[in-house]
Design a protein around this ligand. Structure first.
Ligand code: IPM
Ligand code: MN
Length: 360
């Protein structure tokens, strides 16, 4: 198979972690007899510096042409005071929307080898294996009207949370299908005791459930879900929730995996005629400018995102499993980056990537 992949290194630690992820992609392709063709484009702060905007037209064209896109991270401190429209993050929101990737899959697994680096009691975290399905192209991130107006004590900011039935239905369907192929349990998270958006969300999810009688559905209010995630994470199989709730809960989920540097994600939307998903793959972590360029960022979130790409966009399950196994081998070897608190000297970003390649 020929894999045409667009690489968007982005900002901060993005280039370092994507470099290792691409190395792993090449290694696994080589091993299984595939060819990889990568192209690189600009997204985020680096794109603002070089082109004036965070999501250049050329990047948009390329991401719609390639088979799959791998993104590093976006965000730079020099844009901290810029309005949302002029920030690197706007590029990420733009590409998600342009690609139509409405479902963001964020698997959260407690790795055996990392159990000690969790701040939670081992017995509690052990065996956690869940997927957070975050709605990615709607809700308060995109709703209008939005903006800041007026001045003095009357200065006022507005954001709008909006969902249509169709937007809720498609992501719910995706979550039910995932649950059907796992432990058949879906938890929908909302705030239906207060907001209308969540009332519609819950109503639509209940309707979709009729098509999935084999999946057990339950509902949690988001505040309670935040608590259950650290009280009893094993209760979760698949969780589905709207955009901002998913953003927040998935960072919380990172605690269960040992470090946010571990979390991969797959953003998928439409299926191509061949049946594979149009996909944007990105680690959950941010650009971590404080450690950028020091070769100490954990590349496993990005490498895990390559595994997700192989699985969802190329339907290469064996190849994906090989990457995941190699990651576990590296974790078990203890040759990991500082965020995972290894016993000896922490490994560099490059050493972890190298280790995964060797294990493949
Ligand atoms: C994430 C990030 C992004 C988001 C930011 C960088 C725009 O936090 O992917 O979780 O909020 O979606
Ligand atoms: Mn986030």
């Amino acid at each position: 198979m020929n894999l045409n992949v667009l690489i968007l290194p982005g900002d901060g630690i993005g280039p370092e972690v994507t470099r290792e992820a691409v190395r792993v992609l090449n290694r696994v392709a080589d091993k299984f007899g595939h060819t990889v063709k990568t192209r690189e484009a600009l997204l985020g702060g680096i794109a603002i510096h070089k082109t004036g905007g965070p999501f250049p037209a050329e990047t948009e064209t390329l991401c719609l042409e390639c088979d799959a896109t791998l993104m590093g991270a976006v965000g730079l401190p020099e844009f901290d005071d810029a309005p949302p429209e002029k920030r690197p993050e706007k590029g990420l929101l733009g590409i998600r929307k342009a690609m139509g990737v409405f479902a963001n899959l964020r698997p959260v697994r407690a790795y055996e080898a990392l159990i000690e680096s969790s701040p939670l009691k081992n017995a509690l975290v052990e065996g956690t294996d869940m997927i957070i399905v975050r709605e990615l192209t709607g809700g308060i991130y995109y709703g209008t009207p939005r903006g800041v107006s007026g001045e003095g004590a009357g200065e006022r900011a507005v954001n709008t949370m909006t969902y249509t039935r169709a937007e809720i239905e498609r992501v719910a369907r995706m979550a039910f299908e995932l649950a059907r192929n796992r432990r058949k349990k879906l938890t929908s998270v909302d705030k239906s005791n207060v907001i209308e958006n969540s009332q519609l969300w819950r109503r639509v999810v209940v309707e979709v459930a009729r098509d999935f009688p084999d999946v057990t559905l339950d509902h949690l209010l988001v505040d309670n879900a935040a608590m259950q995630l650290v009280l009893n994470p094993r209760r979760f199989d698949v969780m589905v929730t709207e955009n901002m709730f998913g953003d927040i809960l998935s960072d919380e989920g990172a605690v269960l995996a040992g470090s946010i540097g571990m979390l991969p994600s797959a953003s998928i939307g439409a299926r191509r005629p061949s049946g594979v998903w149009v996909g944007l793959y990105e680690p959950v972590h941010g650009s971590a400018p404080d450690i950028a360029g020091q070769n100490k960022a954990n590349p496993l979130g990005a490498i895990g995102s390559v595994a997700a790409m192989l699985e969802y966009s190329f339907n290469l399950k064996e190849e994906a499993a090989a990457v995941n196994r190699a990651m576990e081998t590296v974790l078990n070897s203890g040759r990991v980056t500082a965020d995972l608190k290894p016993k000896g000297v922490p490994a560099t970003t490059g050493q972890v990537g190298q280790g995964v390649c060797e294990a493949i």
